[in-house]
Design a protein. Structure first.
Length: 199
């Protein structure tokens, strides 16, 4: 009888409202007609397929009529969460990267300290050179004989005369190079008498 009921249940159409009750259970009269059992009762259907409904048309495996609920998966069947050992390669890689970055940072800090030290030494050397130059200027000014008023006037007049002569020569097209041979001849004794003096 149980096999007849399950066979009839497989013929029910989930889209046909006439095969199901308002609660989604198979209609007794429909199953009885399909199974050829006139004295079929609701309890017979429940015993043959306890979980069978319109939304869950599942029949017991191998015709089993057990009413025990399906067993829940055990903890052993569930996927075990990742352990710390599974993350070891990632942690090791991160630690290695951090170590390398820290080492590079320390090297740059050491280099920066050296550059700053060299800059401080150069700055100190610059200050010392400036002081030495200032001291030499003071010594030169101290050792140079003082110029009298008359000597100053003579030096000024001589410089003005030299400037005026240079301007006059430039206006005539005479340069120091053209004057050099004439001056050389004039310095030779008797040159004028021998006709060497250029006119």
């Amino acid at each position: 009888m149980s096999e007849q009921i399950t066979t009839a249940l497989t013929k029910l159409d989930p889209t046909n409202d006439e095969h199901w009750t308002a609660q989604g259970l198979p209609r007794v009269e429909t199953v009885a007609e399909l199974a050829g059992l006139s004295d079929l009762k609701r309890s017979d259907i429940t015993e043959a397929a306890p979980d069978f409904t319109r939304t869950n048309p599942q029949l017991p495996a191998n015709g089993s009529t057990s009413t025990e609920p399906p067993s829940e998966p055990s903890d052993d069947d569930a996927a075990a969460p990742p352990t710390a050992e599974d993350d070891t390669p990632i942690v090791s890689e991160i630690a290695a990267n951090l170590t390398a970055l820290c080492a590079e940072k320390e090297a740059k800090e050491t280099e920066l300290a050296q550059v700053r030290g060299e800059r401080a030494l150069l700055k100190k050397r610059e200050e010392n050179l400036v002081k030495e130059i200032d001291a030499l200027i003071l010594k030169i000014e101290h050792d140079e004989p003082p110029m009298t008023l008359a000597a100053g006037i003579d030096a000024y007049l001589a410089n003005q005369t030299k400037i005026a002569q240079q301007r006059a020569n430039a206006a005539k097209g005479v340069t120091p190079d053209t004057l050099a041979p004439v001056d050389a001849v004039r310095r030779v004794p008797g040159a004028a008498r021998r006709g060497y003096l250029l006119k």
